[in-house]
Design a protein around this ligand. Structure first.
Ligand code: GLA
Length: 711
């Protein structure tokens, strides 16, 4: 329905979220409430009740700030739109705005079309409220003038209330992604930018603002995530006029987007969630993702990935032996990692030459791929389609396909550069080479890697910036491959977890969380990645007993007990693993297979443990009928015994049988076994959630599993 009264209110409700906005016929929508659902239908005098006394100037008072904050409406903070025609038309001011609301079934949508004839610009904002209570916003600008309009920034914003006085986001580095950082939400602007053509290993992932000391189960928290895999920004801005905004958008390079007449540019979607605690915040993302038609609907096959098993040592007998051992343990998908293509004996050469190396694989990949299929496993293969080594046939033949500037291709990283997929011939070459191999070897799965940031990424020969084009070309190629090869699944890897975002997840079946598979680090990595992704979309592998990236030695129960929660796999040379370990690993695989229907569909929960050395997280069935928890000791505790641990997320009214899972009982110290553990106890969900259980005593870097089954 198109709304004509002005001003008027709309109230959208989905999934426990209310979104109330003020609509004016010459303004973009102003969100007055985004958060807990308000049940009554009568908003009565809300507009009058919330009208702010302005004194002598809206510039000082700023009573209304729209989805795109506009200087022309008195906003003095970071503008929601920036752009110009060579220094003109830079001050967008809607003369009229037409609002259309769809609020029937499924998603609710508010589309506002704002026209500014004086500047020959049209701006559309879209706000979508998903059934999960997740809100998405984006903006589109169209140039109606006859000369070019350069877009500099288009960053929609959502307001949060004044109780949100603490910020949380992530930072990190390669093999140490998603380290949380928190600080007070003060006046000014906190921005997290990505300039490497991908969210990066230090990706904010989310930018949350919540009540002080909000945790997984306590404190109301709001936050945004940018669903985009190229350059981007998320920001939190608090002004002296009382506004607290969370916003996001793409970072554009100079001259990157210049719109000709009637051309449009859309910002990426900014995804907003809220919850009483981070579990509820994350739950809306999980529910949203799980409802998508492309969400994996089959059991996630247990993987063996060859990387940390053999690295570049591609030797057919050795790999066949690995495949046999993997199949014997119950592995369901065998993935041949880096090292199989022409000239790729180490990481200095070969990227771009997507043909099987005839020296190392004289009979092609057939002998391996066929055997893997015969053993009942799927066959997967590693690619890095957006990359090129200067030491490759591809770069020698087509230097113009390598991104660069007037100063050349820029600094290498991991000895490699970036191939310009915005170049149609380069795109075709990569797509066709990959497609031919997928068809020839009946490949079921691709691990799609991305190991160099995009710096100096200019199209040759003009050297105009190409990061935006590259991001879209990557999405296009991912889709082309999955539509050409039905059933093909693609993993987004980026030197581990450098490209984890809901943009890439539109096209991929999982992410590689990190190149670090040390279980101690992985517990943190998985916890914070799960703020946006449910477990089934996260690749989680068991590595060798001495971790390759940290050198830490960890026992198998801790490693496997950490990896079973996600899309489980192994990255370990099984030929050198101790026979006892192998047998035990087989038991963990079998356990994972029994539990994955629960782990990959239930609600993810975390306890706010009062003892920082103790962590508990779990998955509770959506109907509350059962749950599995992992209790870990991750540091030396200054307190002993370890106190109580609450089991979150259970149905308070139900009774549960609670016991330890046999497989992981040996992690508990003989003197630390609590009475409840043998033979288990029966308690109400309410007692388990509010009173909890005495924590078993374990040494550092040990975990055990607790199962609660409704009776
Ligand atoms: C990246 C990936 C690893 C592995 C190597 C291969 O670092 O994150 O998992 O595939 O490349 O070179």
């Amino acid at each position: 329905m198109t709304l004509t009264d002005s001003p008027r209110l709309i109230h959208l409700r989905r999934g426990g979220t209310s979104l109330i906005a003020r609509l004016n016929d010459d303004d973009l929508p102003t969100v007055l409430h985004w958060g807990p659902q308000i049940d009554g239908d009568d908003l009565g005098d809300v507009l009058t009740a919330l009208a702010v006394p302005v004194g002598d100037s809206v510039v000082y008072a700023q009573p209304l700030v729209g989805l795109l904050p506009l200087h022309t409406r008195g906003w003095l903070g970071h503008p929601g739109i920036l752009g110009s025609r060579g220094g003109r038309s830079w001050s967008f001011a809607p003369a009229s705005v037409q609002h259309t609301v769809e609020d029937d079934e499924g998603t609710a949508r508010l589309v506002s079309v704002a026209t500014d004839p004086a500047n020959a610009l049209e701006v559309v904002t879209e706000l979508v409220l998903e059934p999960a209570g997740l809100v998405r916003v984006r903006a589109t600008v169209t140039n109606r003038g006859d000369d070019g309009y350069e877009v500099v920034a288009l960053e929609p914003a959502l307001p949060v209330p004044a109780v949100a006085d603490e910020l949380l986001d992530m930072t990190g580095r390669h093999a140490h992604e998603r380290a949380p950082q928190r600080h007070p939400f003060r006046h000014g602007r906190w921005t997290r930018e990505a300039w490497g053509g991908r969210p990066g290993h230090d990706s904010a992932t989310v930018l949350c603002a919540g009540e002080s000391d909000f945790g997984f189960r306590r404190g109301t928290v709001w936050g945004v995530h940018l669903a985009w895999s190229g350059n981007g920004v998320v920001s939190a801005e608090r002004t002296n006029t009382g506004w607290r905004l969370l916003s996001g958008g793409e970072k554009l390079l100079p001259g990157e987007i210049v719109l000709a007449q009637n051309e449009s540019y859309s910002s990426p979607w900014v995804m907003g969630s809220w919850g009483d605690g981070l579990d509820a915040f994350a739950g809306r993302f999980h529910e949203f993702l799980r409802a998508r038609p492309q969400h994996p609907s089959t059991a996630r096959p247990v993987i063996l990935n060859t990387w940390e098993a053999v690295y570049f040592d591609h030797d057919l007998p050795r790999l066949l032996d690995l495949a046999e051992r993997a199949a014997g343990l119950g592995v369901e998908r065998f993935v041949l990692d880096d090292g199989w293509f022409t000239g790729r004996r180490d990481d200095t050469a070969g990227l771009g030459d997507w043909q099987v190396d005839a020296d190392v694989w004289p009979d092609g990949l057939g002998p391996l791929a066929d055997r893997v299929h015969e053993l009942g496993m799927e066959f997967g293969l590693w690619f890095e389609p957006e990359m090129v080594n200067l030491d490759s046939e591809l770069a020698r033949r087509h230097p113009e396909w390598v991104f660069g500037t007037a100063n050349g291709p820029g600094v290498p990283s991991r000895q490699q550069h970036v191939l310009d997929l915005g170049h149609p011939a380069a795109y075709e070459y990569v797509l066709e080479s990959m497609s031919a191999l997928i068809a020839e070897y009946d490949i079921d799965y691709l691990k799609w890697d991305h190991n160099r940031p995009l710096v100096d990424a200019g199209h040759s020969p003009s050297f105009q910036p190409g990061v935006h084009d590259q991001t879209l070309a990557t999405y296009r190629m991912l889709d082309a491959l999955t539509s050409r090869h039905p059933g093909l699944e693609i993993e987004s890897c980026c030197g581990g977890g450098g490209r984890i975002d809901l943009g890439i997840m539109e096209h991929c079946a999982r992410v590689w969380v990190s190149d670090c598979i040390d279980a101690h680090e992985r517990q943190r990595l998985q916890r914070w990645t799960s703020l946006i992704l449910p477990p089934e979309l996260m690749g989680t592998h068991v590595g060798a007993d001495h971790d390759h990236t940290t050198g830490r030695a960890l026992d198998l129960d801790f490693r496997a007990g950490t990896a079973i929660w996600g899309h489980f796999g192994i990255e370990w040379d099984l030929a050198v693993a101790a026979p006892d370990d192998l047998a035990h690993l087989g038991e963990w695989i079998a356990f994972h297979k029994r539990m994955r229907p629960l782990l990959h569909s239930g609600t993810v929960v975390h306890a706010d443990s009062s003892n920082p050395a103790v962590e508990l997280e779990g998955v509770v069935a959506r109907d509350g009928s059962e749950a599995l928890y992992r209790l870990s000791v991750v540091d030396h505790s200054v307190e002993a015994p370890l106190g109580r641990i609450q089991l979150p997320g259970l149905d308070g009214a139900r009774r549960y049988r609670v016991e330890l899972v046999d497989l992981a009982v040996s992690s508990i110290r003989p003197d630390g076994m609590p009475d409840w553990a043998r033979p288990g106890v029966t308690l109400s969900g309410e007692a388990l959630t509010k009173l909890g259980l005495a924590t078993p005593m374990m040494n550092v870097d040990r975990s055990t599993l607790i199962r609660a089954v409704g009776i």
